[in-house]
Design a protein around this ligand. Structure first.
Ligand SMILES: NC(=O)c1ccc[n+]([C@@H]2O[C@H](COP(=O)([O-])OP(=O)(O)OC[C@H]3O[C@@H](n4cnc5c(N)ncnc54)[C@H](O)[C@@H]3O)[C@@H](O)[C@H]2O)c1
Length: 103
C-alpha cells in the first residue's frame, strides 16, 4: 500500500453511507489508503461486505437505510460499539433520477 498523504488522519475512524458502490466506495477506498478505519454502511449489505473485504485494511460492513431514523441510529450505535467511535462521517448515500425537463 502507498504511504498516506495525510499522516495526521492515520488511525481515525470513518463512516461512509452508501459506501458499497460508486462514489461512496471510491471515498471508502481513498480513506482506507490514508490508514483510516472505514465502516461501510449500505442498504445492500452483501455489496458492503464485498467492498469491505476488497478494500481490507480493517474496513467493516453494516446494513443501513438512511431513509429511516431508527436504522441510522441502530447502525451508528453498532459502529460505535464495535470501533469505539468515529471522527469522520461521509453522508454519501442517496439516489438520483434523470428525466426529461418537461416530465
Ligand atoms: N453520480 C453522479 O453523477 C452524482 C451526481 C451528483 C450527486 N450524486 C450523489 O452522490 C451519491 C452517490 O452517487 P453514486 O453515483 O455513487 O450512486 P450509486 O447508485 O452508484 O451508489 C449509491 C449507494 O448508496 C446505496 N444506497 C441507496 N439507497 C440507500 C439507502 N436508503 N440507505 C443506504 N444506502 C443506500 C446503494 O446501495 C449504493 O451502494 C448519491 O447521493 C448521489 O445522489 C451523484
Amino acid at each position: 500500500m502507498q504511504s498516506p498523504s495525510f499522516p495526521e488522519l492515520s488511525g481515525k475512524r470513518a463512516i461512509v453511507t452508501g459506501g458499497a458502490t460508486g462514489i461512496g466506495r471510491a471515498i471508502a477506498t481513498a480513506l482506507s489508503r490514508q490508514s483510516i478505519q472505514v465502516a461501510i454502511c449500505d442498504i445492500n449489505l452483501a455489496a458492503a461486505e464485498q467492498a469491505a473485504a476488497e478494500i481490507g485494511n480493517g474496513a467493516t460492513a453494516y446494513a443501513i437505510d438512511v431513509r429511516k431514523r431508527a436504522s441510522v441510529e441502530a447502525t451508528f450505535s453498532e459502529v460505535v460499539e464495535r470501533t469505539g467511535g468515529y471522527e469522520i462521517l461521509c453522508a454519501n448515500a442517496g439516489v438520483s433520477t434523470m428525466q426529461h425537463a418537461l416530465e
